[in-house]
Design a protein around this ligand. Structure first.
Ligand code: GTP
Length: 323
């Protein structure tokens, strides 16, 4: 070996060692997806030694890889001569590797970003593609945790903690939306306000916790009774609101009467004592002369007031009231 060749061989040897120290995976592929280099990161995480990997076809070693998609990506690097990327958000675990910190992190599997880089020969032709694999498990799990926490906060900000129904703010937003939709499309929609009768007496006789239990049970009953398109919320203290989209007052009356009877026929058990609960319901169908959803609420509230005044445990339709 001449001095030059020996020096080049020495440099190559050092370069190969340097590649082994990288904390990311390196795979050198030719046009036929045959592996020409496989660094220690890949050895360590795949359990396949460099000597076993070299000469093999990538897709034979890892039959679970999304072959159609990845082949297209690799071929485009050969054709265009430009880099290509794939983030964990596209393919979370391209290689099925274990996470290096499964105990402190939140994932048993490694999240990866992938980069495909063209490698040129001396004639300036792309002769290989270097596939770099980056372990981004910590970043990915942190982002996923943050998204989950935000979703939870979002849900909490919309929910009444006692009944699990929509809280007043969120329910009123739905009401406003429904009002606007109906106005534009001129279609029917009916609003119900439901108030537990003599609710104060449950608090006074059995304690506040019993009152809470009554509230929870009625909220649950209304929630289970409604159709999936109806929107139920806790409107105030012991008051619930139900929006019945695409429903005329006539049909809403059938629903409201059924609900009222169901509630008055159900005993809520508090510490072995059955409590008899009734509700008063006011309802009103949306009308063209209503300028905003407040007018809709106000008409329904007046009907509820009448249901109370007429002796409770009944449904009153706003259209039956004298103007
Ligand atoms: N336990 C409990 N009580 C509540 C809650 N929110 C409001 N209340 C109570 O509900 C009671 C409502 O009483 P009133 O407005 O006098 O009405 P009522 O006793 O239901 O009588 P009518 O509506 O006229 O049939 C008040 O005593 C409030 O303190 C709650 O979240 N839990």
């Amino acid at each position: 070996m001449t001095a030059d060749v020996s020096s080049e061989f020495h440099d190559l040897h050092l370069t190969m060692q340097l590649l082994q120290t990288l904390d990311n995976g390196l795979v050198l592929l030719d046009k036929n997806y045959q592996i020409h280099m496989w660094n220690s990161f890949m050895e360590h995480h795949s359990g396949i030694s460099s000597s076993d990997a070299r000469g093999k076809i990538l897709f034979d070693l890892f039959p679970y890889l999304p072959a159609v998609w990845l082949k297209r990506k690799i071929q485009s690097v050969f054709q265009l001569g430009s880099r290509s990327f794939c983030t964990w958000e596209e393919h979370a675990h391209l290689f099925n590797f274990s996470s290096t910190r499964p105990l402190t992190g939140n994932s048993a599997r490694m999240y990866q970003n992938i980069c495909l880089t063209p490698l040129y020969d001396t004639t300036n032709q792309v002769s290989g593609v270097c596939l770099s694999v980056y372990d981004v498990t910590e970043v990915a799990t942190r982002k996923i945790d943050l998204e989950k926490a935000n979703e939870r906060l979002e849900r909490l900000s919309r929910t009444d903690p006692l009944t699990g129904l929509s809280n007043r703010g969120h329910w009123e937003d739905s009401l406003k939306l429904e009002f606007e939709r109906c106005r534009r499309a001129s279609r029917a929609s009916t609003l119900l306000l439901l108030d537990i009768d003599k609710f104060k007496s449950f608090n006074d006789e059995y304690g506040h916790q019993a009152g809470d239990e009554v509230m929870r049970a009625i909220g649950d009953l209304v929630h289970r009774f409604r159709r999936s398109t109806d929107v139920v919320g806790r409107y105030g203290g012991e008051e619930f609101g139900v929006i019945l989209p695409e429903t005329t007052a006539e049909n809403a009356m059938i629903f409201a009467e059924r609900l009222r009877k169901r509630i008055s026929g159900t005993h809520i058990v508090w510490q072995s004592t059955p409590l008899h609960v009734t509700v008063s319901i006011g309802m009103s169908e949306i009308r063209p002369d209503m300028n905003d959803y407040h007018a809709w609420l106000s008409a329904t509230d007046q009907a509820l007031y009448q249901a109370k005044a007429r002796g409770r445990n009944q449904v009153v339709n706003a259209s039956s009231l004298k103007p």
